[in-house]
Design a protein around this ligand. Structure first.
Ligand code: SOE
Length: 398
C-alpha cells in the first residue's frame, strides 16, 4: 500500500479551448508521471451556470462556481488555473496570489505591460510566502523544443547569429468567420501578435537563453469588419463550438490579423518574426530555425516529434540537416510515455506543464516560465505595437 500523497486542490477558471487542454493535463499528469502531490480537479469556474455545469461533467471537475472571487478565497483551494481571455488574467491572478493560492495563468500573461508588471510584482511578493506562479507557454514543453534548448546551452551550435520564427494559422482567412473574443482588443489585448506571436517570442528567448532587446515591426488587419455572432462564441479556436449564429449585423475587428517584426537580441543576434492568422493552408505552423556559428536547429510544430540539427563540424561529404526523432526515453519527458517512434501530440505539452508546476510547488521553488518571463514577453509585444504605430525601432528591456 503506497503512502497517499498530499492533495493539491485545483480551481480552474474558464472552460473553453484552453480549459479543455488544461483539464486533460490535470487528469492525465498523475497517471503517467510520479508526482509528489495528487492534483484534485475540485472546482470549475465559468460565467454561465448551465454551461459550466455541463463543462464540469465533460472535463471531469467535481464542482462548479460562477463566482471566481469567492473561489480564490476558499480554504479548500490550493491552486488557481486561469484559462480565461486576457482581460481577466490580472484581477484573478492578483486576487489568488494575495489569498495564498499558487497560480497557473494562460498566455499572454496580460493585455498590457502595466497589468503584467502588477502581476509580476504580486508573484514576487507571493513567492516570499512560498506561493508559486507560472505563465502557460506550454510549447516550451514539447520534447523537441526542450532538446533544442539543451543543445544550444551545451554550445552544440556555437554562438547564435539568427533566429527565424513563424507562427502560421489560417482560421480567419474566411471573412465570414464571425467576431469572437480573440478579435476584440478589449478582451484579448491584441490579435495574432499577442495570441500566437507571444509563443514564438517566448520560444525564441527560451531556446537561445537570450532576451530580445529591440524590435521594429508592422501590424495589419486585412479584414476590418466581420459578422456579429449571437450567443456564446467562446468555443474552440475562432469561436466555433459555441452556439454562435450570424445576426446579420457586422462589427469592427479591433486587433491585428498579422504581425511581422525584426528583432535584435541582447547578444547581437538578429531575429525575424511572423505571426499571422492569414497563412492560408497553415493550421498551427510554429517554425523556428536558429543559426549558430557551429550549427543550426530547425523545428516545425506540424512535425512536432522531430528536431532538425545541422552540425557544422561534420565533414562536407556527410554534412546535412539530420532529422532527430525526439522519441527516445532519454529525451525530455518521453520516458513517461510510449516506446521510441510512437510520438506525442499537442496535449502532451500541457501535461508536461502540469508535471513541472506540481513538482516546483512541492519542491518550494518558482516554476518557469515565471510571471517575470511573461512580463518580458509583454514588453516585446508592446514594443512591436509602438514600433508599428511610430515606424521606429523600440527597446524592450526596462
Ligand atoms: C489560437 O490562436 C490558439 O488557440 C492560441 O490561443 C493558443 O495559445 C495556441 O496554443 C493554439 O492557437
Amino acid at each position: 500500500m503506497t503512502t497517499p500523497r498530499p492533495t493539491l486542490s485545483v480551481a480552474m477558471i474558464g472552460h473553453a479551448f484552453m480549459g479543455a487542454a488544461h483539464s486533460q493535463a490535470w487528469r492525465t499528469a498523475p497517471r503517467f508521471f510520479d508526482l509528489p502531490l495528487q492534483p484534485r480537479m475540485h472546482l470549475l469556474g465559468g460565467r454561465d451556470e448551465q454551461r459550466v455545469t455541463a463543462a464540469a461533467e465533460t472535463l471531469g471537475w467535481e464542482s462548479t462556481t460562477t463566482d471566481w472571487k469567492s473561489a480564490v478565497e476558499r480554504d479548500d483551494i490550493d491552486l488557481v488555473d486561469i484559462c480565461t481571455p486576457g482581460d481577466s488574467h490580472a484581477e484573478i491572478a492578483i486576487a489568488a496570489l494575495a489569498a495564498g493560492k499558487h497560480v497557473l495563468c494562460e498566455k499572454p500573461l496580460a493585455n498590457t505591460v502595466a497589468e503584467a508588471e502588477q502581476m509580476a510584482a504580486a508573484a514576487a511578493s507571493a513567492a516570499e510566502r512560498g506561493v508559486r506562479a507560472m505563465v502557460g507557454f506550454a510549447y516550451r514543453r514539447v520534447p523537441a523544443v526542450a532538446l533544442a534548448r539543451e543543445l544550444v546551452a551545451q554550445g552544440r551550435i556555437g554562438t547564435v547569429r539568427h533566429v527565424r520564427a513563424q507562427y502560421l494559422q489560417d482560421w480567419i482567412v474566411d471573412p465570414e468567420v464571425p467576431l469572437s473574443w480573440r478579435l476584440d482588443k478589449e478582451r484579448a489585448g491584441s490579435g495574432a501578435l499577442g495570441d500566437i506571436g507571444a509563443h514564438i517570442i517566448d520560444l525564441a528567448q527560451h531556446i537561445t537563453g537570450e532576451n530580445i532587446a529591440e524590435v521594429s515591426g508592422v501590424l495589419e488587419t486585412f479584414v476590418k469588419e466581420r459578422p456579429v455572432a449571437q450567443g456564446d462564441t467562446s468555443g474552440t479556436l475562432g469561436g466555433g463550438g459555441g452556439d454562435e449564429g450570424a445576426t446579420g449585423e457586422k462589427g469592427p475587428v479591433t486587433v491585428d490579423d498579422a504581425a511581422v517584426f525584426l528583432a535584435r537580441f541582447t547578444s547581437g543576434a538578429l531575429g525575424t518574426f511572423e505571426a499571422t492568422r492569414f497563412a492560408t493552408g497553415r493550421k498551427n505552423g510554429i517554425r523556428l530555425e536558429i543559426n549558430g556559428s557551429r550549427g543550426s536547429l530547425a523545428f516545425d510544430f506540424e512535425d512536432m516529434n522531430v528536431l532538425e540539427f545541422f552540425d557544422a563540424s561534420e565533414a562536407d561529404e556527410t554534412a546535412g540537416f539530420r532529422r532527430i526523432l525526439v522519441t527516445e526515453p532519454g529525451h525530455p519527458y518521453v520516458a513517461a510515455w510510449w516506446p521510441a517512434g510512437h510520438g506525442l501530440g499537442y496535449e502532451h505539452c500541457f501535461t508536461h506543464q502540469v508535471v513541472d508546476l506540481v513538482r516546483a510547488v512541492a519542491d518550494g521553488v518558482d516554476p518557469t516560465p515565471t510571471f517575470a518571463d511573461g512580463l518580458q514577453v509583454q514588453r516585446v509585444l508592446a514594443a512591436v505595437e509602438t514600433s508599428s504605430l511610430t515606424r521606429t525601432w523600440q527597446e524592450t528591456l526596462t
